[in-house]
Structures are given as C-alpha cells and as structure tokens.
Write a protein that binds this ligand. Structure first.
Ligand code: 7RM
Length: 657
C-alpha cells in the first residue's frame, strides 16, 4: 500500500519495532461505554442480545413480537414491531429536553457556518416532509437525493423517513447518466437537489445534471431545489416541474406527524458497484438498520452526551448514511457536517475545524490520512488537538505506517484508534476494536463486534487455521444487514450467498494471525478501492467501450501510495482510429460523463491487443502486474504469449493524469 522506496519517519519505525500492540489507555478503559462482557452476553444468545438492545434503545409504536425470522438468505428483524425512524432520531430527543442541543455544526466551504439544534431539525424535517406530501410523495414512494454536504441533505433524508418514503442518495460526484440509471431502477418520483455546491473554492453545478437525468426519467414528477450557490451559478428552473426549497418548504407548517412503519419497511436504497456494469441497489429497512447503526456508533466510538463527533465522509456513501445521519442522530449526538475538501483553503483545514469545534471523536479514511502524511507533521502540530479522545478509520485497509502517523500526530499517543471494517451491504460496522477493551495492532481491524460471527474460509468454505489467509465470510444475520438487491432477489442470493452456501461472502480477502486478529487484505473480485470509493473495473470498462473509438478495454487498480489504488485503463482502439493524447483525454472525459469524475482513469495506455485466456477472458491479473511494473505471474493460460510482452514494452508510456 505504501510506497516502499520511502522509509517511515524514525519515530514511526521505533513504534513499529516495539511489538505493535497498543492496549487501551487505562483512563479510557475506566470510562468506556462498552465492556468485555458484551461479547459473552452476545455469544450466549445473539438474538436475545439484539432483542435487549432493541427494547432498551429504540422507541417503538408497537413492540416487536419476534426478534428474527431467518429464511436464509432473507432476514426479517423485529417483526410485528412498528416505529418511525425520525421519531427516534429527533422527536424523542426534543421531548427529553434536548431541543437546544446541537445536532450539527455545519461548516460550509467559503466560510459559511450554521448551527442546527435538535429543535431546529424537528421543525425543518416536518416542514420538508409536508413539502414532500404537497409534491405528491406518499408512504412507499422513492425519492432520489442528489445534493452537496449541506444541512438540507440530512433534513431531506429524514423528511422521507418521516412519511415512510424511501430515499436513494446519489453522491454529487456521479454523472447525470449514473443518476438517471439509479432513478430508473428505483422508479423515483421526485429528485431533491441543489443548484450546486462548493468544492475547492469553486461552484460545482448539480442542477444541470439533475435536469439531464430527469429528461431521461419518466417517473420523475418534480425537482425540489435548494439554493446553495445563488448568483454564483444561476440555475434554470422548469415551471410546473421545479420548485425552490425556500419557496415550498419554508411556507409549510412545522407539524407533520411521523408515520409509524413496520420494522421491515424500506428506509433507503443505496447503489454500490459490484462485479458487473450495473450498480446494485442495496436495500436497507427501518428498525434493524437503526438499531445496528446506533448501537455500534455508541459502542465503537464510545459516544457520550457531550462529545463532538466528526465523521469526515460524504453522506452520499454508506459511511455518511450510517455514521453521519442515522446512528449519531438516534444517539442524540452533536456532529460536525463539513461541505469542503481537506486541502481548501489549506491542508490544515481539518485540524482547524477540530480546534474550533473541540472535536472529540474523529472518523476518516486512510486515503485522507496518507494525503495528510504527505503534507508533514507541522500542520497538525500547529493546532490544538487536545479535545480529541478517539480516532476512527474506515473504507480500506489502513497500512501500519498511516495508523502510526495518525496515532502520533493526530491522537498524540492518547487516543485509541478504531479501524472499522464494514460495507454498504452490512449497513453497520462488523469488525472493529472496542476502544476500552481491545488491544489494537496497527493495520488490523481486530475482532468481530459482539453479536457478529465472522470467519476466514478456504475455497471450499472450510475455516482456515489461525495464521492463514482466505475469504472473509459472515455466518449469522445481523440487524442492519442488507435485505436484498432492489427488485432482484435472485441476484442477491447469487452475489452474496452463492459462493459459500449458508454464508455471506463479503468479497474481501482476510487472514487471521495466531492471536486471532483479523487482517483485511482487500477485494478479491473486480472491485477497485480508489480513495475509499468502491469502483467496479467492469463499470469503467463498459464506459470506455461505449466510446466509438474503443474496441476493447481492460481496467485494473494500480497500487497507489495515497489513494490505495488508482485506475489504470488499457484500451484497444478500432482499426480506423489514430491514438493520441487528445484521444486519451477524450476517453477520460467520456468515463467522467458516463459514471462520474471519481471514475476517471488516472493512467491510460493504448495497446494493440489485450492478454486473454483461451476462453476469451481478459487476464486482469497480468495487467495489474504490468501496471505495477512487477515480474509477470503465471502466463501459461494465455492464448497469445506475445501480447503481454508488447504491452509491457509500452507500459512506461502510459499517459498519466
Ligand atoms: C464502509 C465502506 C466496502 C469495502 C469492503 C472492503 C473495504 C472498508 C475497511 C475495508 C479494510 C477496513 N463501505 N473496507 N472498510 N478494508 N479495512 N476498515 O467502505 O461498501 O463503500 O466499501 O471497503 O474492501 O468490502 S463500501
């Protein structure tokens, strides 16, 4: 993962040599929420464990009758129960006297800030929910949300949940086409968007993409638009279809009773890349999801009433859904919501926010940590980070060097680090230390949380002995697990439960060391992890071959010291096409248009042919060797041995952007 040529700083080398185990600081242990006996309780009877938590922590309209109905691989949790997610996230806190507590400190990019209390949230969610009703949205409908990181984003999500409509949030970095594909799959009636957002000091248009998507989407009746940019980028509004948030939401009454829904009522769909060109609509339902996210948020981040918690992800990804919106709000947490990038106006922006807001718990991705490492220690050292007491990591394996840098320079050796493994599909964190219990090892996500049964198996599905590697599987259902792929139960069964019958296969390789610690080894399928974003090789390939100049394309993730992987595209052009730098640029633009800027290949190499097996499968493994400048692995199954050498000879000329 890290660049092997650069050796770590001496103090990091010392720590690495020290044996690499970090017991929780005694002062932290004494006050920690989660104690070791939770593992015993959950092992004894995991259903009873979750049932106890569901009774204690959620506010029900109708108590549930059964904890779990498991008709593998289809789970129903807390059946017979009804509740409303927003009542749990907002109303009950206001009723308990926490109306003046801050829900979000919003920090916008050009220096804008806003403080939203739980009472504000209750008012605005009800107004927004009434606006949705006025726009014809009903319980059971789907709403697409395509927004920057502004307070109206969580408010829009909660407004949907209040009336029992499902949202599908589409990350603002996705293209109009990607948005349209998701709208079509979800059959969304309404798009909630903004004129745009701010990124690195510049306005970024969203409304035009929403318009393009709406033009392709017959189900869309209205577009609800938040004014974020105003004169900086005037949006065009289509009369009768488009409505401004400040026109329709602000004039609603702040009273919209929460609609009680069944525990298994659809809460949201979130699309994620898999091993095919079509993203999968991951289905999450109400009660189990809310329980799984809120319990893990409280246990793993040791959340206390006066914490200031900052998850520096985008709400467009599952990390934001679970650990910026639902988990933290269910726990009445005060959070930071940040619109901007880590480097604007300077690379100390995050440390300044920690100092200004006295952030106590910080959760971010290893790719960000590595980007900060490159900027040196002086920037965080110049800020007061003494409010921090716990640090988290998510999205990809954290290499020990980044872990130790985080520990030294951000945690100042006081703060436990929780490396949390989970997925869009799992909904909640599944493998992570408990910060007052677990001795950590840099680079290991340590152990499955209480109630979670994970294992590492070989290709026959048999558990491998400690010290060996294999495939990571989960052996029991958990409350926030995906309930399926929207509209496609067969694909759900085949994708996640088909490889090892009776077990959920996550798509990750893992090993356990002789102490039983889990070490995640990255994806074993054709999914890349670029700066913590999941991108499918096949999706990028199909975007490339969609361009008229391209005959064939193969895409691999090339190891990268900052982003984990970088997208490397090998393209074969049609016979009548001349390759050029301009064409390389045009192909990148094309991918950005089809999928979104996050999928733009960093490296692009025109090749006369691609290495294939005799059955015609592209051998991505060999291309990865080429991309990373390694000796080639086994080439015996290649149909044409010469191809890969030709490609290798040209690899140094790959166009880098
Ligand atoms: C939360 C999120 C899921 C994939 C997953 C892994 C990788 C995530 C870790 C990790 C090692 C971690 N959802 N991954 N967290 N690998 N250690 N702590 O990232 O659906 O977007 O991605 O991310 O490969 O399968 S996700």
């Amino acid at each position: 993962m890290t660049n092997e040529q650069s050796s770590p700083a001496p103090e990091i080398e010392n720590l690495m040599a020290e044996g690499r185990a970090f017991p929780p600081p005694p002062a932290f242990v004494a006050q920690a929420n989660a104690k070791a006996d939770l593992y015993l309780e959950a092992d004894d009877d995991y259903e009873a464990f979750w049932a106890r938590l569901a009774r204690e922590r959620l506010t029900w309209r109708t108590p549930f009758k059964r904890t779990l109905e498991w008709d593998a691989p289809f789970a129903k949790w807390f059946t017979g129960g009804t509740l409303n997610v927003t009542e749990n996230c907002v109303d009950r806190h206001v009723a308990a006297g926490l109306g003046d507590k801050v829900a979000y400190h919003w920090v916008g990019e050009p220096g804008d800030t806003r403080t939203i209390t739980y009472a504000d949230l209750l008012r605005e969610v009800q107004q927004a929910a009434n606006a949705l009703l006025e726009l014809g949205v009903r319980t059971g409908d789907r709403v697409a949300i395509y927004m920057p990181m502004i307070p109206e984003l969580p408010i829009a999500m909660l407004a949907c949940a209040r009336i029992g409509a499902a949202h599908t949030v589409v990350f603002g970095g996705f293209s109009a086409e990607a948005l349209a594909g998701r709208i079509e799959d979800a059959q969304a009636k309404l798009i909630i968007t903004a004129d745009g957002g701010w990124r690195r000091g510049k306005p970024v248009d969203l409304k035009t993409a929403a318009d393009e998507a709406a033009a392709q989407s017959p189900t869309v009746e209205h577009i609800l638009v938040v004014r974020r940019l105003g004169d900086a980028l005037p949006a065009s509004m289509t009369p009768g279809r488009d409505v401004w948030w400040h026109d329709i939401v602000t004039r609603q009454v702040a009273d919209c009773p929460p609609v009680p829904v069944d525990s298994e009522h659809l809460l949201y769909i979130l699309y994620t890349s898999g091993t095919t060109a079509k993203p999968k609509g991951i289905v999450h339902t109400s009660a189990g999801y809310l329980l799984g996210t809120s319990v893990t948020h409280e246990m793993v981040f040791d959340i206390k009433p006066d914490d200031v918690y900052w998850c520096a992800a985008d709400i467009g990804w599952v990390t934001g859904h679970s650990y910026i919106v639902y988990g933290p709000l269910a726990n009445a947490t005060t959070g930071v919501l940040y619109e901007g990038a880590p480097d604007t106006p300077g690379w100390d922006r995050w440390w300044q926010i920690v100092e200004d807001y006295k952030v106590t718990v910080l959760y971010m991705a290893p790719t960000a940590i590595r980007a900060f490492m490159k900027q040196g220690e002086a920037l965080p050292a110049a800020r007061d980070l003494s409010s921090l007491r716990l640090l988290g990591s998510v999205g990809e394996p954290i290499n020990p060097e980044a872990w130790l840098w985080y520990h030294l320079n951000i945690g100042r050796e006081r703060c436990p680090i929780v490396d949390t493994w989970w997925q869009t599909e799992t909904g909640q964190i599944l493998i992570s230390p408990l910060p007052g219990v677990t001795e950590t090892k840099p680079g290991s996500a340590t152990f499955p949380l209480p109630g979670i049964s994970a294992d590492v198996v070989d290709s026959n599905g048999d558990s491998v002995p400690l010290g060996q590697g294999g495939y990571l599987v989960l052996k029991r259902p958990w409350p926030a697990m995906l309930r399926g792929i929207y509209g496609d139960p067969d694909r759900y069964r085949a994708t996640y439960w088909g490889r090892f019958p009776g077990m959920y296969f996550a798509g990750d390789g893992a090993k356990r060391d002789t102490d039983g610690y889990f070490w995640l080894l990255g994806r074993v399928d054709d999914v890349m992890n670029v700066a913590g974003h999941r991108i499918s090789t096949i999706e990028v390939e199909s975007a490339l071959v969609d361009h008229p100049a391209v005959a064939e394309a193969a895409v691999v993730g090339k190891e990268d010291p900052v982003t984990g992987q970088a997208i490397f595209a090998f393209c074969t052009v049609r016979a009548d096409v001349e390759t050029s730098d301009e064409l390389a640029h045009e192909l990148r633009e094309h991918v950005a248009k089809v999928i979104g800027p996050i999928a733009r290949p960093r490296y692009l190499l025109f090749t006369p042919d691609l290495p294939k097996t005799r059955s015609g499968k592209i051998m991505r493994r060999l291309l990865r060797d080429v991309a990373e400048g390694r000796a080639l692995g086994d080439t015996t199954t290649l149909a044409d041995q010469g191809v890969v050498e030709t490609i290798r000879a040209g690899a140094g000329r790959a166009d880098e952007e």
